[in-house]
Design a protein around this ligand. Structure first.
Ligand code: NAP
Length: 422
């Protein structure tokens, strides 16, 4: 029996699915011990700090993660930062294989004038802010304005626009950070524009997300029917299934427009951002459109135009991703998820992606190294292991119960460690 040790860096969906694939490929000849290393004191990655709080169903995948973590050959090392507490080189030396699953956490820039003004924020900061990520709890989100603009036509832009345009009490029964609920309740934003630089036929939204918009109870959603009709013509007689499904959903929105609510989400198509206006803070945005320049007055601009990976020392990066061929990086180092392929796909996409990389990893294995894992290198470090995480998890869910919330997340690292009993 050959016993291999694998380190996975990053406790998000891609990391857990890699662990699951390794677990599933154990047989009479080989077994795997998995050490999952995570920078934050809490695991689950985007499921905790990315998925919109009003989409609790998507978060139920965390049950799958906890099942994977229950394997006796699985160990969690959370609150451990690669590059500071331990290096990739150390891991590569001690483990038979190292899998990078650190995602893409940095928001792409538009590269237009005014982007650095106060009130211009990336979704890469705004989303973790409302999701109680400890590093973003202090983000200054100016909501003292009538209008906000969200740039991008993907599901992240949609999440951001929805959170800004919802009646904030709708977030009370969710695990949205308390500081965000408080701020949104005081928000003066009533018009949220979501702008796409191309036509509706090219939007990156997925249709289930579009289809839920007419069901919003306290928000008007406005799409110009003419924009969709023109897109239907441009898309031709046999559009791709996803395009057709999106256009159908948009027709439905355009045809079921409401106007009785205080808050409105407006869709703008073929609006390419040119400049963000303002002296000391955002005051408006200039777009170029097929009919000329258009300016929208607003006090907040949130860009949701994609992400790139944060780099780790000792790992090659190019175009916002880890340099890899089908998930192989170099020597015994592999990459899965968004760090491998870029920020695309839904959570489930990472399952097949990770499984394919694990097939390669297994085909590369030779004799096990039989080294001791990283525990010897972390003797003085406060590590949140699976048991400690379970304490945090239980405390957070217990705190949510009387409030009718799935959990109340702590936003403070020290507080999290206290909840962990450390
Ligand atoms: P995305 O789906 O790739 O969308 C990015 C959007 O930004 C595109 O509409 C793109 O337009 C636009 N964009 C890029 N550069 C731009 C620029 N310079 N100016 C204006 N617009 C620009 O990315 P995402 O929204 O960040 O989502 C990432 C992945 O997570 C996606 O696969 C998404 O489906 C998934 N996700 C899923 C859910 C869910 O299932 N509920 C929720 C959130 C995220 P062009 O097409 O013109 O480049």
């Amino acid at each position: 029996m050959l016993h291999y040790k694998v380190a996975i860096i990053g406790a998000g969906p891609a990391g857990y699915f890699a662990a699951q694939a390794l677990h599933n490929l154990q047989n009479d000849e080989r077994t795997f011990s998995i050490d999952m290393i995570e920078r934050l004191p809490t695991p689950w990655g985007l499921v905790r700090s990315g998925v919109a709080p009003d989409h609790p169903k998507i978060k139920t995948v965390s049950k799958v993660f906890e099942k994977i973590a229950a394997d006796p050959n699985f160990r969690l090392f959370a609150n451990v930062e690669i590059g500071t507490d331990i290096t990739v080189a150390q891991l590569a030396e001690k483990y038979d294989a190292v899998i990078i699953a650190t995602g893409s956490s940095i928001g792409k820039k538009l590269g237009i004038p005014g982007e650095d003004l106060y009130g211009s924020i990336s979704a890469a900061d705004f989303v973790p802010w409302y999701n109680a990520h400890p590093d973003f709890a202090d983000l200054d989100v100016p909501l003292d304005c009538e209008s906000a603009v969200v740039i991008g036509a993907g599901n992240v832009a949609m999440d951001v626009a929805r959170i800004l345009a919802l009646e904030p009490t709708e977030l009370d029964p969710t695990d949205t950070a308390d500081h965000a609920i408080d701020a949104l309740k005081k928000s003066e934003v009533r018009d949220v524009y979501i702008s796409a630089r191309r036509g509706p036929e090219h939007a990156a939204f997925t249709s289930p997300e579009l289809r839920e918009l007419p069901k919003l109870e306290h928000t008007n959603v406005v799409i110009t029917r003419h924009d969709i009709d023109a897109a239907i013509v441009r898309a031709g007689e046999a559009p791709e299934k996803d395009v057709k499904s999106n256009l159908d959903a948009m027709v439905l929105i355009a045809d079921s427009q409401k106007s009785e609510h205080e808050r409105t989400m407006h869709f703008l198509f073929q609006h390419t951002p040119k400049e963000i206006l303002g002296a000391n803070r955002v005051e408006g945005i200039v777009y170029s459109t097929p009919t000329g320049e258009v300016t929208i007055k607003c006090g907040l601009v949130i860009t949701a135009i994609g992400y790139q990976a944060a780099t780790i020392n000792g790992v090659p990066y190019e175009n916002g991703k880890v340099v890899n061929i089908d998930g192989r990086v170099k020597e015994n180092i592999y990459v899965v998820g968004w760090a491998k392929r870029g920020p695309s796909g839904v959570i489930g996409t990472n399952k097949s992606d990770a499984a394919a990389v694990i097939d390669l990893l297994i085909s590369d294995l030779s004799e096990p190294k039989n080294e001791i894992g990283i525990e010897n290198l972390l003797t003085t470090h406060v590590v949140v292991d699976q048991l400690s995480w379970q304490r945090i998890n239980e405390a957070e869910t217990a705190a949510g119960e009387p409030k009718g919330k799935p959990r109340v997340k702590s936003v403070d690292r020290h507080e999290l460690l206290k909840l962990a009993g450390l």
